[in-house]
Design a protein around this ligand. Structure first.
Ligand code: ITT
Length: 199
């Protein structure tokens, strides 16, 4: 059984493959699920996973990853709007905005949402009180990491990695394995892999 990772972001796929090697093969699937308007990454990811699972059909598991960069001095901006801000403002200009602040602390957060046929059937059997059984079937796994924003450095990673420093190294200066060992996604993938192995 392969895990269908529904994302257009190859960097996310590279990190998931590196982490889940030996657990399950990860297949990248292009499907443009609806990103609902919400401040809650978990809600966005869970909704997307369910929609993609229903659209793709079959039994194989579907994984969705919704992530964001939260800058403390900017009230958590860009947060759930991080992809939009990267496309419009860009990483370099976000750094310039943050560099005017004394407090350069920020964190990354990601929520992985996973669902498959067996989870949905189990949820349907156990749902009694009228709540939507399909939503109960989706499993979510969260990870976050705190760091400091710096002028861009490094050629690796993707997205905001060049401006996010952890222990003196930007995430763009790390290998995939090094980034996974400390990153928000690595932590969420660890929680997912533990749960997956215990099933
Ligand atoms: P999909 O929705 O297709 O998975 P996306 O890149 O649009 O891909 P998000 O909606 O989760 O992903 O957007 C998150 C934004 O944060 C986006 O601009 C990413 O480049 C960036 N981002 C996510 N994870 C990151 C990471 O580990 N390092 C640096 N930037 C990251």
């Amino acid at each position: 059984m392969a895990i269908q990772f529904v994302t257009g972001n190859e960097g996310k796929v590279r990190e998931a493959r590196e982490y889940l090697e030996g657990v399950e093969p990860v297949e990248q699937v292009a499907f443009d699920y609806t990103e609902i308007q919400s401040d809650d990454l978990g809600e966005i990811a869970a909704h997307g996973a369910l929609e993609a699972f229903e659209e793709l059909g079959g039994e194989d598991g579907v994984l969705v990853d919704d992530a964001g960069l939260f800058v403390d001095a900017l009230g958590g901006f860009p947060g759930p709007y991080s992809a939009y801000v990267e496309d419009t403002v860009g990483v370099e200009r976000l750094w310039r905005l943050a560099s005017e602040e004394e407090n350069r602390r920020a964190h990354f957060r990601t929520v992985l949402a996973y669902v498959d046929g067996e989870l949905l059937r189990t949820a349907e059997r156990s749902s009694r009180d009228g709540s939507d059984p399909r939503e109960l079937g989706v499993q979510t796994f969260e990870g976050s990491v705190a760091g400091t924003l710096v002028a861009p450095r490094g050629e690796g990673g993707f997205g905001y990695d060049p401006i996010f420093e952890y222990n003196g190294t930007t995430m763009a200066e790390m290998s995939t394995e090094e980034k996974n060992a400390i990153s928000h996604r690595g932590r969420a993938l660890a929680a997912f892999a533990d749960w997956y192995a215990d099933r």
